[in-house]
Each structure stands twice: as C-alpha cells, then as structure tokens.
Design a protein around this ligand. Structure first.
Ligand code: NAI
Length: 298
C-alpha cells in the first residue's frame, strides 16, 4: 500500500516547539504537509513566552526541504486561536488538520490546589483545544473535509495523584473528541484523541534516563500521522500510545442490575452485579446508552 502523504494539505500543530508537538510537526512536514508550527514558548507551567521554539522547528523543517510557518499565539484565548487558524489560511490558503497538543502542568495535591492552578491548566488543554477546533471547524465544514487530533492523557483516563486539574482537562478532551466525531461526521470531519506516553520535558523526571530513546516522541507521532490522514477510517476514538505500542481505549458500561423501584438497600445487596464488567456494552451514541436502561423496562 502507498505511503501516507499529505501533499497539498495544511496542518496546524499547537505546542509544536518542544516534545511531542515538535515531533508531530516534523513528521507531518516530512510527509508533504504544509505545517503551521504553533508554540507560545513558555515554561512548563505556562509562564513566560518566546518565539524561539516555534521558529527553530520551522528552520529544521525548511532545512529538510519542507514548508512551515511559525506562530507564537496563545491557544487558550479566542484571539490567539483565531489568529492561529488565520495564519494557516493566509499563508497556505486552507486548513485540513488540527493537532491540539499544547499543554502545561501545575501539579499540586488536591487539598492544596488553588482555583488559579485549576483554571490555568483547563484553559490551555480543554479551552485551547475547543478554541482552535472552533476556529478551524467552519473552514473544514466548507471544504467537506477535516481531521482533528486531540491530546488526552492516561492521567485523565485513569486518574493520577497531584493532577486534579490536568486529569479533569484530559478526560474532558475525551468528551470533546467524541462530540466532535458526531458533529463533524456529515461534513467529512473526523476527530480522535491520543493518550500518549513519551520522554519530554514534561516527563523527564518521571522516567529513568535510559528510557529516553525507548520513549521518544517519534514513537507517538506515527499514530498522529495516521489519525490526521484522509485514509483514517475512525472517528471519536481514543488511543493509548507510547514506546511503540498503540491500543484503543474505550468507555464501556457493565451489564448492570435493575429493579422497577430500586431501594438503597437493594442496591447495596446487588453491589457485585452492579460492579460486574461482562458482558459489557460500549455505546457509540447517547441513544444506545439510554436504550440499555430502557429496554428491560419496556
Ligand atoms: P512539552 O512541554 O514538551 O510541550 C508542550 C508545548 O506546549 C510546549 O512547547 C509549550 O510551550 C506549548 N504550550 C503551552 N501552553 C501553550 C499555549 N497556551 N499556547 C501555545 N503553546 C503552548 O510537553 P509534551 O510532553 O510534549 O506534551 C505535549 C502534549 O502531550 C500535552 O498536551 C501533554 O499534556 C500531553 N501528554 C504528554 C505525555 C508525555 O508522556 N509526555 C503524557 C500524556 C499527555
């Protein structure tokens, strides 16, 4: 089968000055995409700003014969997100792919987390992904084609100590991805999410140094390339990816237990049946989920 190419396509990658986003941008450009390399250029906690990181990645792409433009807008503001998509349209004339990757950390145990720390993390991850997708959506709709890749996290899917803000944002992105998958379907827009694991400045203190190569961001980017490609058959899904492994993550519900008039005691007495996982149901729409509760009643 043919290689996955992006000739003539335009991809916007947020937070592409470092780590995973940088790797996604390089890989998309190497496969022919015109890339808008966005990065605010701040510290890991989101403070500060610099045009340097995005400009460096654009330089690397150009050196390899690719086409890219740097952008240092803040994706967490409507003005920044709109200006970012405007850059894609002004420089390359269209937008086919959005990779929402920008992120910051403000880790703190739950009892100590401030409202400001909570809001700041949600603003970049959740609001930023919403805002950039929102700015691109009408253009994708008009051309009847688009690919959106959001960046969730195992911390959101499964929870993690000290990351109440981050986990809320990252699980929120699953909801955004599934809803975008549903609302984009008729216009040829597909949205999926990755939950990556990679050696970057965000995680370098968590993994032993000898893991650096095994956990390189370039082991994650091939999935992003496929999800961003026109041949991707899937929408509304979430994939765990890292160290060369790719796996679907899905939200399912167990077979459940029901009574016409459940009492708290009956729920207590049937707790094992309520906790049971098999045979599970994996609804793809709200209607399917509702149907599971209603079918035994009717
Ligand atoms: P990173 O810190 O190397 O990259 C994040 C980039 O986002 C930085 O270059 C930063 O300047 C940029 N950024 C932050 N706020 C921005 C804003 N408001 N506007 C534009 N750019 C902004 O970290 P890494 O690891 O590459 O993270 C990329 C994404 O992957 C993040 O969403 C992160 O939460 C997610 N992730 C990473 C994991 C890992 O193992 N490295 C695990 C799970 C999720």
């Amino acid at each position: 089968m043919a290689d996955l190419r992006f000739d003539g396509k335009v991809a916007v990658v947020t937070g592409a000055g470092h780590g995973l986003g940088r790797s996604h941008a390089l890989m998309l450009a190497a496969r022919g995409a015109n890339v808008v390399v966005n990065d605010l250029g701040g510290a890991l906690d989101g403070t500060g700003a610099s045009t340097g990181p995005a400009a460096e990645v654009v330089e690397l792409i150009a050196k390899d014969g690719g086409r890219a433009v740097a952008n240092a807008d803040d994706v967490s503001t409507p003005e920044g997100a709109d200006a970012l998509i405007r850059t894609a349209l002004d420089v390359f004339g269209r937008v086919d792919v959005v990779v929402n990757n920008a992120g910051i950390l403000r880790d703190k145990s739950f009892g100590k987390m401030t409202v400001e720390e909570f809001d700041a993390v949600l603003a970049v991850h959740a609001r930023g992904s919403f805002l950039v997708s929102r700015a691109a959506f009408p253009h994708m709709k008009e051309q009847g084609y688009g690919r959106i890749v959001n960046t969730s996290s195992p911390s959101g899917l499964f929870g993690n100590f000290g990351q109440a803000n981050y986990a809320t944002a990252k699980m929120g992105l699953v909801g955004l991805t599934k809803t975008l998958g549903i609302e984009g379907a008729r216009a040829g827009i597909k949205a999926n999410a990755i939950a990556p694991m990679a050696w970057t400045r965000m995680t370098e203190t968590l993994f032993p140094a000898e893991y650096a190569r095994k956990l390189g961001p370039e082991k994650v980017s091939p999935l992003v390339v496929f999800l961003a490609h026109e041949s991707c058959p899937t929408s509304g899904e979430v994939f765990s990816v890292g160290a060369g492994r790719v796996a679907r993550v899905f939200v399912a519900e167990g077979p459940g237990w029901r009574a016409d008039d459940p009492s708290a005691e009956a729920i207590r007495d049937n707790w094992d049946a309520i906790l049971a996982e098999q045979p599970y149901l994996q609804p793809t729409t709200l209607g399917e989920q509702w149907g599971a509760s209603l079918k035994e009643m009717l």
